[in-house]
Design a protein around this ligand. Structure first.
Ligand SMILES: [Zn+2]
Length: 374
């Protein structure tokens, strides 16, 4: 099957983040099996979705991981000119949800499988396809945890997120959390008998904005824009009516960290303020929604040099979006981002990829296969 034909099949599965993914996993498994490639399905704790891992070549030898996610963001935003889950070709453009982010990469990798399987690879190429990446890389950690039993420690992981086929060495880490504060309801005329959950949340919000301001003072990592870690309050919900004491308030926070800083730790001061509210009778529940560390690969790392050779372009220092690359790096596997398409087209109506971008990615995979043969 040609890459575009495979892309058409993949786009047809509405594998929206946060939903079961048996259909797309089943199709990819079957395709790989057809070419004699064994697969390992690595289920997550949700019970209805899984990652997929496969190896082409000698698995006892260190090789390279091609990593991508099978989930896509929802396509309910409106503004689509055609069915987002039906690939539409118009001149050089291929439209559909996930064409760029990032089923285009998966399609190229899968299209290369027959040729790779027919090659005597000296080093293996692994396929690591994950679920729920769009919810903050929730699926891939379960696969990374199983790597030691799946293959010899890899030389590197290439994350095929859209980068215009220019490799990228760094991104910030990210953590997101939801805080629910519970107070006691009552008539607003008797504040002495209630516990106002919104007033209590205001203390956390003040802490968040103070911390956000403090982070602008450094530490700095100048490859990023802005060059410092950051945090923000993203959502806030609470209260029923102006004359009722609100008994509940919920807020979501997100932190983005430069390398060397744990993004979840940036939210610790907020959590501490929330926990202190217990002394005044409030209840609080802190739930971590997602977290992944920053990526930072040295310019002279073997993987960075390899990608420079494979693509013919010097890798870029950093990008503002995040990926699972930081998780691979934390597990001791060097990682780099390199995939077809433009991130500016992701998460938007009429998302598309160019046929020429698919070809550029095919060239990179062929060059990688060549590198793994000699
Ligand atoms: Zn993506």
């Amino acid at each position: 099957m040609q890459a575009i034909e495979i892309l058409e099949r993949l786009i047809g599965f509405p594998s929206v983040v946060g939903t079961p993914n048996h259909e797309i996993v089943g199709w990819i498994r079957q395709y790989l099996q057809l070419h004699g490639i064994a697969t390992a399905e690595i289920a997550g704790p949700e019970g209805d979705r899984s990652n997929l891992f496969a190896t082409i070549g000698p698995k006892e030898t260190p090789g390279y991981i091609l990593s991508g996610h099978m989930d896509v963001v929802p396509a309910a935003e409106g503004g689509w000119s055609s069915d987002p889950f039906c690939l539409r070709a118009e001149k050089d453009r291929l439209y559909g949800r996930g064409t760029t982010d990032m089923k285009g990469f998966l399609a190229v990798v899968l299209a290369a499988v027959p040729a790779l399987a027919a090659t005597r690879l000296r080093r293996p190429i692994h396929l690591a396809f994950s679920y729920d990446e769009e919810a903050g890389c929730r699926g891939v950690p379960h696969m990374i945890a199983r790597l030691p039993e799946l293959c010899a420690h890899p030389l590197g992981a290439i994350i095929g997120e859209p980068s215009g086929m220019r490799a990228i060495r760094a991104h910030k880490g990210k953590a997101a959390a939801r805080l629910t504060i519970r107070g006691r309801s009552g008539h607003s005329s008797r504040p002495d008998q209630g516990l106002n959950a919104i007033h209590a949340m205001a203390e956390i919000l003040a802490c968040a904005s103070a911390e956000a301001g403090r982070l602008t003072q450094g530490p700095f990592e100048h490859v990023f824009e802005p060059p410092y870690s950051s945090l923000q309050v993203g959502t806030l919900k609470g209260g029923q009516a102006v004359n009722i004491i609100p008994d509940s308030c919920e807020a979501e926070f997100e932190a983005r960290a430069i390398s060397g800083i744990d993004p979840a730790a940036l939210l610790t001061p907020l959590r501490a303020v929330a926990e202190a509210l217990a002394q005044r009778g409030f209840g609080s529940e802190w739930r971590e929604l997602s977290a992944y560390p920053a990526l930072s690969l040295a310019a002279d790392a073997p993987l960075a040099r390899l990608l420079g050779e494979l693509t013919g372009i010097e890798p870029l220092a950093a990008v503002s979006y995040g990926t699972e690359a930081g998780l691979f790096q934390r597990a001791g596997v060097d990682a780099i981002i390199c995939g077809p398409g433009d991130i500016a087209r992701a998460h938007r109506p009429d998302e598309f990829i160019l046929a020429s971008e698919i070809q550029a990615c095919q060239s990179m995979i062929e060059a990688l296969a060549g590198h793994c043969t000699v």
